[in-house]
Design a protein around this ligand. Structure first.
Ligand code: FAD
Ligand code: UDP
Length: 404
């Protein structure tokens, strides 16, 4: 790899890395090297077909939804959309309740008389159409609303959150459970964003289309650590030497490198965990092929009071696939993330303490010009795909110095 051949190096071919690579290549004419350690593009949004031709997502169900017209318009350059509005029910002792918990859920649990009285109280307290985080609803002084909150907390949030995070709802960052508020509405959809759907041919073709540009060189099955060096003032490499100081210059394949670097992986891993590991939650996915047309009432069913897994997704329903006599499902088993044990870090565990560790890592890199952290892992945040795409577009705006 000859020195000066690349204007930008991007690590990770998920949404963050792929969109920024495309933008730098197309809008700024930069020669981009994109490095991905997996043997495929797409990051956690990667999908593929099983031997029966059923399209599924290897790393758990990914449903596209956004409020951002810019993000929707941008991705629409690379795919057509299947109109899909995601619906989820919770299996509560065999009864299926819409999640987010909404007016229909209330009427199913409490019956029409008491249920309607509770709905009226919710509307009076929060307004029709309101999105009320469970933690907030539990603070209600009204005894009826408090009882409703206790029911939802116990049957929807407590056990699911214990499984997902190994923590009770009040122990996780409030923004986490607020993602799935109590919905004072008849709307049974999981998301209320203006734009939602699934890429018509799946996610992987979207990534292939994004990367189809002559200025982009993709290297799969390549870890950044094999090519990238981050040196301190004394020439010690912070990617391998825990004693190294703040990073001031970079190398690519052993040669000095002064172009842009966009890193979308885990920052603690990049800097050999010198300040200790950043905590993440991981998942194990269990795939099962069943000899039946359909398995469950909605594409995803959450198991909120029973089982060791959190949810089951039935792939054919997610992407409107017709494969008679067979259906493919995935169960998600949350687990603690253990470094160097072959696991994938899927979720940052948000807390002040962990943010402080994260800050120490970013400080190490603050003195390296043209180095950017982008993405769910690199920014140690709980970002959805659309937010990542939006942030990649904004980073491109700022690197290039204008807006597309
Ligand atoms: P990733 O997709 O994680 O990509 C990072 C890439 O970098 C990976 O391919 C990794 O292999 C590579 N990499 C890391 N370190 C290195 C290295 N050192 N060298 C080379 N390569 C490296 N979002 C939604 O909007 N809707 C959903 O329904 C949804 N469902 C989800 C379900 C699950 C189970 C999970 C875990 C996430 C879900 N998300 C969803 C979030 C979505 O996955 C992320 O927003 C998105 O994948 C983030 O993109 P990214 O590029 O930041 O990270
Ligand atoms: N949650 C819950 N019960 C549910 C759905 C969600 O307790 O039926 C909580 C849980 O803590 C979860 C969080 O809300 O981690 C966010 O849920 P979301 O569906 O957004 O999680 P993701 O799809 O990102 O895993």
């Amino acid at each position: 790899m000859s020195e000066g051949r690349y204007d930008a190096v991007v690590v990770g071919a998920g949404f963050a890395g792929t969109v920024i690579a495309r933008e730098l290549a197309e809008r700024a004419g930069k020669k981009v090297l994109l490095i991905e350690r997996r043997d495929h593009v797409g990051g956690n949004a990667y999908d593929l077909k099983d031997p029966n031709g059923i399209l599924y997502h290897l790393y758990g169900p990914h449903i596209f939804h956004t409020k951002s017209e810019r993000v929707y318009r941008y991705l629409s350059r690379f795919t057509e959309w299947l109109d899909y509005q995601h619906k989820v029910v919770a299996n509560v002792h065999g009864t299926f309740l819409p999640v987010p918990f909404n007016k229909h859920s209330i009427l199913t649990v409490f019956g029409s008389g008491r249920g309607q009285a509770l709905i009226d109280k919710l509307i009076a307290a929060y307004g029709d159409g309101a999105r009320v985080p469970i933690i907030e609803l539990r603070n209600s002084n009204d005894p009826d609303l408090h009882e409703l909150a206790d029911y939802i907390y116990e049957n929807i949030f407590l056990h699911y959150t214990m499984k997902q995070w190994g923590l009770a709802p009040e122990e996780v960052d409030p923004s986490v459970t607020a993602r799935v508020p109590v919905l004072v509405s008849d709307d049974d959809r999981y998301f209320q964003d203006a734009y939602q759907g699934m890429p018509k041919d799946g996610y992987t073709p979207v990534f292939n289309a994004l990367l189809d540009h002559p200025n982009i060189t993709l290297k799969l099955s390549t870890d950044a650590s094999s090519l990238l060096g981050l040196l301190d003032g004394q020439g010690r490499d912070a990617t391998s030497d825990p004693a190294a100081g703040p990073v001031v210059r970079a190398t690519l394949d052993g040669q000095p490198y002064e172009g842009a670097i966009v890193f979308t992986g885990a920052i603690d891993e990049l800097l050999c965990r010198r300040f200790g590991p950043l905590p993440y939650r991981s998942l194990r996915f269990e795939l099962e092929l069943l000899d039946q047309d359909r398995f469950q009432p909605t594409a995803t069913v959450n198991y909120t009071v029973s089982e060791d897994f959190t949810r089951i997704t039935e792939w054919k329903q997610l992407t409107a696939q017709e494969v008679p006599g067979k259906t493919l499902i995935t169960r998600e088993y949350p687990q603690a993330y253990v470094p160097n044990a072959g696991m994938t870090p899927y979720y940052a565990i948000l807390s002040d303490e962990n943010n402080a560790i994260y800050q120490r890592y970013t400080d190490m890199l603050a003195g390296l010009p043209g180095f950017y952290l982008l993405g769910r892992l690199a920014e140690y945040r709980y970002y959805n795909m659309d937010v990542i795409v939006g942030r990649a577009l904004e980073l491109a705006d700022s690197i290039i110095g204008d807006r597309a």
